[in-house]
Design a protein around this ligand. Sequence first.
Ligand SMILES: *Cc1c(COP(=O)(O)O)cnc(C)c1O
Length: 356
Amino acid sequence: MSRFWSDINRVISPYIPGEQPKNEKYIKLNTNENPYPPSPQVVKAIEKVLNDSLRLYPDPTCEDLRLAIAEYYDLKKEQVHVGNGSDELLAFSFLAFFNPNGLPILMPDITYSFYKVYTSLFKINCEKIPLEDDFSIRPELFYKKNGGVVIANPNAPTGMFLPLEDITGILEHNPDQVVIVDEAYIDFGGISAVKLIGDYPNLLVIKTLSKSRSLAGLRVGYALGQKELIEGIDRIKNSINSYTLDRLALAGANAAIKDDAYFQEVRRRIIMTRERVSNTMGEIGFKVLPSKANFIFVTHPLIPAGELFQKLRENGVLVRYFKEPRIDNFLRVSIGSDQEMDSFISILKSILHQML
Ligand SMILES: *Cc1c(COP(=O)(O)O)cnc(C)c1O
């Protein structure tokens, strides 16, 4: 606490990102990064623009990248906003569509913890809607007066997918509010709400290249929605920073979107590994929530998750543990390569052997 901090700075509780160790001695299954490299086309495209053009500002409208994304999803470029990671787009969207000190926005009680951070930063009231005991979302609980809705689908950190008809129900019952659907993990087996955009002017879908396109280090996300929503985000962006994406990111992201064959292969592999690991974890006594993400959320009936987290860490495996109500006996495990997951399972088995 410093006397120089603004009033708002004194009361916010910033997000705490997962650990990024400097050396590579860990099997890193804690931040849902993709174990496979980005498309080779991405590196080539970045190398091509790695020259004196860096002298110049990048295209503030990000036209080429927006066109590539629009084409990929069969939308118009006016329906696409691109930004410096989806976290930043979420922040812009909260500013663009949710009022400070107004009706509360609704979000599940267990979800991506950054949403809560933005509400405290922007003084947006927030009501947490409890998930069912099995951690599923009950859409009817979102059918009430509110200042907006934000849902991660698949949800984080549970990995559970909400069927599109439930998203549709939430959209239908909130025609005057913006419903943000954060699809950071949708490419790992869920069904995207993008096809609903034409029918629902209140739908904003947010996606990222960080997970399924192996580009967490490039910081590129995008928002899809009808033109008036996209214009709303543009206005906020241009009131904070007109150049959120640099020349290298624009070039790399464009190449990533265009290399569909590579993308399909990578996500197929992750899904296969996830299914295999989920089965094995079940066999060795874990309860595994049904996941459509590139991570699984697991609990063991006999070993406290906090202790298991520590033991794994001592044995060179990083996973994520959230010391929060309802989920403090769960671990979130990112899906790595087959080799990494085999090592993880064998380390886990030896820990279980010691502890049971
Ligand atoms: C990883 C993640 C993001 C952030 O993605 P970036 O594009 O890397 O900022 C957003 N939402 C959820 C639910 C995530 O898990």
